[in-house]
Design a protein around this ligand. Structure first.
Ligand code: ACM
Length: 761
């Protein structure tokens, strides 16, 4: 007996002393989102089968959660009340934030202090990240530490569109688990769309029979010509029992679910089931293509009765405070041509169709308020007048948030520029198909949800922000995970951590560790951390191209277009001098010669404007100006597929004037440029452009108006040839396309103009 005791003491000393090696100063752990205050201390707590998890009764749900985690994940079953080392949950009077917590890990005790179970749950999430990624399942050392933490924003949301593609209950639970572990507190469940209705409504069985299924689905990208379809029936819906199960599951993880029932637009699936809800009464099909559809609800009493009945069932299923009613992208075509709608506008003394949309939303708001709930709508609900109690989700930039906050309405930021995780996240041409755009991890990380136009007082209306996962191009859970993570990990830190705690480099080092936790959970996150980032540098007319990567391994490159190999490629030491056109290919190799990055390939076409001075008026939109103005004359063309990389510059709604100063009288044989024409993303090539010169010496002038042809293509090229022409300066005037026509995405708004390289030969 004695010898066992001695052995026990020896083991105890061994584990503790091992951690107290003075040569190894304790390192700050890798918690994401980074806590407000962390003080690492000497030594470790040893988690074993005997560790007892206990605490005040109000924390019982979190205690149960932690015990079951330790049981299921770590097989630490016993939980002995007489154990020496304990994890204790206590009510901490000093904590005032509902989601705040204090976590104190000493050698023999762990204390979790919080005001609410919610705070205690977030303490547990930090605690779980303190467990070593690998453990022996017997005795798990946990670094002694003191943490005090609370969130920066009260609304921390992730969205998922289950209408464009349906995802199983098991996957929805996995998604909720992941976001809860990142301290998100809201899951915005986008349940209804043109392409499918996914929530069981008992009073309207045709929503299940008809609206939940489409005949087929678009293959490839919306912009592909000709469009092709798979010919396979597709669909599904969540039964009310499944929804209750998911809501309860989320609630155990302190995630509130906001259901979205779209109105008046994005409602073609419901109209396919009940044609009387539309303005023509004609039978339509559940949409099989992506985009915006003219079929919207007609504001008849039949429609309002239908929507109120739907809301009745929805409010019974979702205990949260909010119902999202959509409100986005509702074309007014049908309302304009409907006698009923025009008469309705007159009778109700509404200004126009925008006034009718405002009437629609306000009426539904009143009904939803009468059920004790609040509405959220996309920023289109500002048009024609905002419903009195509505919260606005600003997605078309931040203007909607600014307008609504100035009107004293709560706002949630989800701008496409920083929160649309359906955009590409890497410039690599081999990325899986996405909707377009470009939103790399660092850009998400650097997002500040408080628009700078707001005063401190107005900024109080910013509840937080949300990452959106639209699934037109995500058929599988694996693809959703790939697109959502790690960007949602970065956003979690934007939303939780204080601004002065945030540093991207430090985030990346923690993310490298976090990836191992995701590996264990079988989460298919994207990993672009080793990717090579190239940068064009023009220093006094000397052109170089630099290559960097986030790790310290060797970059090796070739300039002849061949694929770099460890034995033959040049080791990158300093920026590559560009004095001829080249294709620069690079890869990162580990010290043992393994490739640890995707191939980076950049074609640099040396032409006469490279390294010259360029003036742009107006400046590109801040969200689409990654390469700066030199991107237009750096010899590198943008991606053929997407518009948001650092070579494409985006201008919102304005005519663009460009001056390229060539320094001296320069012969000009041709000017080439291209415009992105991704109409689905509100981007339109101009109808014409104008080119002019200083010191122009051609005999013929036909430069006034150059029409842009092939306007159906995704990329519109302009190639103008000149004869006997010399110039010191080139002027290019690009009139904006104008207002986007009715029935198209972004109808009624001025189009964006996107330009990449201007090639002067
Ligand atoms: C949206 O992306 N249509 C809100």
């Amino acid at each position: 007996m004695k010898s066992y005791l001695f052995l026990g003491i020896l083991c105890f000393c061994f584990f503790n002393c091992k951690q107290e090696n003075p040569k190894k100063p304790p390192v700050t752990p890798n918690i994401i989102p980074i806590p407000l205050e962390q003080e690492v201390k000497e030594g470790s707590f040893i988690l074993t089968k005997d560790t007892f998890v206990t605490g005040e009764a109000q924390f019982n749900n979190v205690i149960r959660y932690l015990r079951s985690y330790l049981d299921d994940q770590l097989q630490l079953h016993s939980n002995t009340p007489t154990a020496k080392n304990k994890i204790t949950f206590v009510l901490d009077e000093n904590i005032t934030n509902e989601e705040g917590y204090a976590l104190e890990i000493n050698k023999n005790s762990i204390t979790i202090g919080a005001k609410t179970s919610r705070g205690a749950f977030y303490a547990v999430q930090s605690f779980l990240q303190l467990l070593p990624v690998k453990n022996n399942g017997e005795e798990i050392p946990i670094q002694c530490i003191r943490i005090k933490d609370k969130p920066r924003f009260q609304y921390r949301g992730m969205h998922l569109d289950v209408a464009r593609h349906y995802f199983s209950v098991a996957f929805i639970k996995k998604y909720i688990d992941i976001i809860a572990s990142l301290k998100y507190n809201t899951f915005h469940w986008h349940l209804t769309e043109d392409q499918g209705w996914r929530i069981e409504i008992k009073k309207y069985p045709k929503l299940q029979e008809i609206a939940a299924f489409r005949d087929e689905t678009l293959i490839g990208h919306y912009n592909d010509q000709p469009q092709q379809f798979d010919g396979k029936k597709y669909g599904g819906y969540y039964t009310q029992e499944e929804i209750k199960d998911i809501v309860a599951y989320a609630s155990e993880r302190f995630v509130t679910i906001i259901p979205e029932i779209e109105m008046p637009g994005h409602s073609q699936a419901a109209i396919a089931a009940y044609p009387e809800l539309g303005c023509t009464g004609k039978q339509v099909k559940v949409a099989t293509n992506w985009g915006i559809f003219d079929e919207v609800y007609c504001p008849t009493e039949t429609t309002f009765k239908f929507l109120e009945d739907v809301i009745d069932e929805v409010v019974d299923l979702f205990p949260g405070k909010y119902i999202h009613i959509g409100g986005d992208e509702a074309p007014k075509t049908k309302w304009k041509s409907s006698e009923f709608c025009q008469q309705f506008i007159k009778e109700k003394n509404l200004k126009d169709e925008a006034g009718l949309q405002s009437y629609f939303i306000t009426r539904m708001e009143k009904y939803i308020n009468s059920k004790g709930k609040q509405i959220i709508g996309w920023d289109e609900i500002l048009e024609g007048g905002l419903a009195p109690n509505a919260t606005v989700m600003s997605w078309r930039g931040t203007e909607g948030a600014v307008k609504a906050a100035k009107k004293k309405h709560n706002v949630i930021l989800t701008p496409t520029s920083h929160c649309y995780f359906d955009y590409y996240q890497s410039e690599n041409e081999n990325e899986p198909l996405a909707i377009g755009g470009f939103l790399p991890l660092e850009k998400v990380y650097n997002f500040n949800p408080i628009p700078k136009e707001l005063t401190k007082k107005e900024a109080k209306y910013v509840l937080g922000a949300q990452g959106n996962v639209w699934t037109e191009y995500m058929k599988t859970p694996e693809k959703v995970e790939y697109m959502a993570f790690p960007r949602a990990i970065a956003l979690s830190e934007v939303l939780w951590s204080s601004e002065n705690q945030k540093k991207y480099i430090n985030f990346v080092s923690r993310l490298l560790n976090f990836q191992q936790r995701f590996n264990q959970k079988d989460i298919n996150y994207a990993n672009h951390l080793n990717e090579i980032v190239g940068k064009f540098v023009n220093k006094d007319g000397k052109i170089t191209y630099s290559l960097t990567t986030k790790n310290n391994e060797a970059i090796m490159y070739t300039v002849d277009g061949s694929t770099p190999t460890y034995t033959t490629a040049i080791t990158y030491k300093k920026p590559v001098i560009i004095n001829t056109s080249i294709t620069l290919k690079a890869k990162v190799f580990s010290k043992t010669g393994e490739v640890i990055s995707p191939l980076s390939s950049t074609k640099i076409n040396l032409h006469k404007a490279i390294g010259k001075k360029i003036t742009l008026s107006p400046a590109p939109n801040a969200s689409y100006n990654a390469g700066g103005k030199d991107a237009l004359i750096n010899g590198i063309s943008g991606s053929n597929k997407r518009y948001g990389d650092k070579e494409w510059l985006g201008f919102s709604g304005k005519d663009v004037n460009i001056i390229i100063d060539l320094d001296s009288l320069t012969p000009i044989n041709s000017i080439q440029m291209r415009f992105h024409n991704g109409n689905g993303q509100w981007i339109y090539a101009p109808k014409k452009i104008k080119i002019d010169f200083v010191a122009y010496s051609s005999e013929k002038t036909n430069l006034d108006v150059i029409p842009i042809k092939n306007r159906d293509a995704l990329l519109c090229n302009v190639h103008v040839k000149f004869k006997d022409t010399k110039a010191t300066k080139v002027y290019i005037n690009i009139p904006n396309y104008g207002v986007i026509p009715e029935g198209k995405q972004g109808a009624g708004h001025k189009a964006w103009t996107f330009i990449d390289e201007i090639i002067i030969n």
